[in-house]
Write a protein that binds this ligand. Sequence first.
Ligand SMILES: Nc1ncnc2c1ncn2[C@@H]1O[C@H](COP(=O)(O)OP(=O)(O)OP(=O)(O)O)[C@@H](O)[C@H]1O
Length: 341
Amino acid sequence: MIRVEGISKEYKQFARSTGVIGSMRNLFSREHTLLKAVNEISFSIEKGEAVGYLGPNGAGKSTMIKMLTGILVPTSGMVTVNNLVPHKHRKEIAKKVGIVFGQRSQLWWDLPVQDSFDLHKRIYNIHDTDYRTNMNIFLELLNLKEFITQPVRQLSLGQRMRAEIGLALLHNPDILFLDEPTIGLDVIAKDNIRSFIKQMNREHKVSVLLTTHDLKDIEEICPRMLIVNKGELIFDGTVDQLKSNLSPGKLITIEFESNPGNEVELANADLIADHGIRKTFKIDKGLDSAIDFVKRVSKRYPIKDFSLEDSDIEDIIRMYYRSLDNDNNIGIANQEKMSVI
Ligand SMILES: Nc1ncnc2c1ncn2[C@@H]1O[C@H](COP(=O)(O)OP(=O)(O)OP(=O)(O)O)[C@@H](O)[C@H]1O
């Protein structure tokens, strides 16, 4: 469905001098440097997949979405969406994809929301039956009925985003590109948007490619994620793979029958919180060693209860991004690069 082969995008970045003399100089000299915003990236996305596209600021995410939707022309490499080259077949591609840019609107600002949907129907030549079916779905699931007659400029951010997503899906596209769809939304609005996107993906088989800084978006919607850094693809795998490869460990909280003091056997574990009979340990490896640890401890000290916690995905990604900054990607990032890509 989406094929990206060795795609790169270079931007010319012009050096601009400041001050009056500098401004005069800018008129005549156009010195520039080349920035590789996307550097030889390859991946493919199959029908019905939901993929998160993740990376620190400036990693090249929006640039990739713009190339996939035909807004930008790649400097080199091949990209096809439904076997079409996006920048050469913009009209045909537009019929097959829906696009939502969190920071930009596709709705008509001064018109009631309904008018944007009616205009979209005409532009995309949507059949009356399809239009009615989809409008009914969106009125209910996105709760558009709450504000469908209001001008777009009067909508809250959450309402506007619901309308944007409905509009992007009105012509039954095969693929939905979302560039930071939950940016600036409150927790409830984010939840609503996520469950709607998930439903469209799972039930209607709309493929989804989503860029975001909110890892909950990825966790909720996308079983697979691609991570980019400085234009390069550095991870392609599932959220669970990333978690198990990078997880700093599991936390085990044990409630003892009585306080065992400092004598608890600590092999393979760090004591990170000590509240007498309740102690929390961090285990470096996976689930097996955590259970082994509990078994071992329980043989020597009577245990009332215990609980296991995974590291939060936010912690894992934070650690991953930090490792990218260190030692030119030596360490976790490179191990990951080798083991997953
Ligand atoms: N039109 C442009 N001209 C020159 N440089 C650009 C242009 N657009 C983007 N860039 C540069 O390309 C790099 C990648 O930008 P891009 O917007 O794709 O990153 P991003 O991952 O979407 O970032 P963010 O998470 O901050 O939105 C950045 O260094 C940016 O400054």
